[in-house]
Design a binder for this molecule. Structure first.
Ligand code: ATP
Ligand code: MG
Length: 435
């Protein structure tokens, strides 16, 4: 075995706990197999015929994952037969393939996008598994988001049903960071970093004019992680709007009042919003019908354009106040860049974990860090729910504390009442405690 040293082997008995913060008497909880090289491998190098496919939208780091799967298989396990399935799931049966070698993929991590190209729709489980069988493929590496992982679960089930000795490994890809169980998805850090540039540009623009209002739309169809982290990182954002937190425009505690107040105080205001925020309001005012993409995902309406227009109309027509609106949508620029240093390292770990898992003979798994330890997670666990920003979590509270924006919660007084009472109780019973 070319480059694996015995010291790095992970025992098949080692597990990673899903919950790391637990109460003293709480049950042991769910554990996943720890990822890493095994002393006993299932496949012999010369037997392996692997394939790699990428599906869904773009995300920084896909090429690094492809490269490291190919190099990992070849350098660590001496595998030579690796196929690239081109153009997503449909590439399996439309016979678009190429041979992947370390030489072919050597430089691809320096480029954005996916070297293998991608697509939406076209998942036909029977045709895909027929093809896996016909070509004699026995390791399938599938890089993609929630939809892709659902497709991977179906491929795994069909492979099991037919009794094929094929390892199916999923590498979760989502720029939105909405994949359940794992700590973070690859490309997320790069996206947050790149989003800073757009926020900075908006800030520079609105600072340089009178009553400047900057609106920056970021990715986040159902979850506002990018918007939340970009806001927390930037410090130039006055208000962050995400799909999980409903907001309103008019009246006391509404967005218009807040914008007016910040314009009076600072002369400018920057709003960051996730693409999935406030979709119901946009739909109401536009009277549009639900559109779907080829994979069946709901097409979102442009909340950024809508909000910019609403703010413009309110201040010019209602408040009779001239504002300078700057709307920036950096989505495609962010998706298309190569991954940064930390994502590159992370992608390498994911790819190598997937290779070790498949070579050890595991199947139907997804790889990812759980509480900072890389683990093999059953695909069904990551597809059953989606990660969203919980408004009761500490991170959202930190954001509200950092921007001092309205919480848009009508039950504010009730919640504050509860908090106040709890604080008073704590003060009455206080005592310094050694850890
Ligand atoms: P992202 O949302 O991050 O762009 P994704 O993987 O969710 O990535 P989709 O376009 O939804 O992107 O799906 C990618 C592929 O997975 C498509 O080829 C689609 O046909 C397939 N797919 C999506 N949902 C399912 C499903 N429920 N069952 C089987 N295949 C699916
Ligand atoms: Mg998706």
């Amino acid at each position: 075995m070319p480059s694996l040293s015995k010291q790095t082997f992970v025992s098949p008995e080692d597990v990673v706990a899903e919950k790391i913060v637990v109460r003293k008497d709480s049950p042991r909880g769910v554990h996943f197999r720890r990822a890493g090289p095994r002393e006993k491998v299932y496949f012999k190098s010369e037997e392996v015929r692997a394939c790699v496919v990428t599906c869904g939208g773009l995300c920084p780091g896909i090429n690094t994952v492809i490269r490291e799967i190919v190099c990992g298989l070849n350098y660590m396990y001496g595998v030579d037969d690796i196929l690239g399935i081109e153009g997503g799931y449909r590439g399996f049966y439309s016979k678009n393939t190429s041979q992947l070698t370390p030489k072919v993929v050597n430089d691809i991590h320096k480029r954005g996008g996916t070297f293998l190209r991608t697509s939406r729709g076209g998942h036909d489980t029977q045709k895909i598994v027929d093809n896996i069988q016909d070509r004699g493929i026995n390791q399938v590496y599938i890089i993609g988001g929630d939809g892709t992982q659902k497709g991977a679960a179906l491929i795994y089930q069909e492979v099991e049903k037919r009794g094929l000795q094929v390892a199916v490994a999923g590498i979760p890809k989502t720029i939105d960071n909405d994949i359940a169980v794992i700590d973070k998805s690859f490309g997320f850090d790069t996206a947050v970093e790149e989003a800073q540039r757009a926020i900075n540009a908006a800030h520079v623009e609105v600072e340089s004019v009178e009553n400047g209002v900057g609106v920056v739309k970021l990715m986040g169809r159902y979850s506002g992680f990018i918007a939340m982290f970009a806001t927390l990182a930037s410090r130039d954002v006055d208000c962050c709007l995400i799909p999980e937190s409903p907001f309103y425009l008019e009246g006391k505690g509404g967005l218009f009042e807040f914008v007016e107040q910040r314009l009076k105080e600072n002369g400018h205001v920057v709003i960051v919003l996730a693409e999935g925020a406030g979709q119901e309001y946009v739909a109401q005012s536009m009277h549009t019908v639900d559109g779907r993409d080829a994979s069946g995902n709901r097409l979102l309406l442009d909340v950024g354009l809508w909000l910019s227009q609403q703010i413009k109309d309110h201040f010019t027509k209602v408040q009779k106040m001239a504002i300078n609106m700057k709307y920036i949508d950096p989505t495609y620029m962010i998706r298309a860049i190569p991954s940064n240093a930390s994502d590159n390292i992370y992608c390498t770990l994911l790819a190598q974990s997937a290779v070790h898992g498949a070579m050890a003979g595991y199947t139907g798994f997804t790889v990812g860090p759980v509480n900072s330890r890389h683990a093999y997670i059953p695909i069904s666990r990551v597809t059953e729910t989606q990660n969203i920003v919980k408004l009761t979590d500490r991170m959202w509270a930190r954001l509200l504390a950092s921007t001092n924006q309205p919480s848009f919660l009508n039950s504010d007084e009730v919640m504050l009442g509860k908090v106040d009472r709890a604080i008073i109780e704590q003060i009455n019973n206080r005592k310094i405690t050694s850890i």
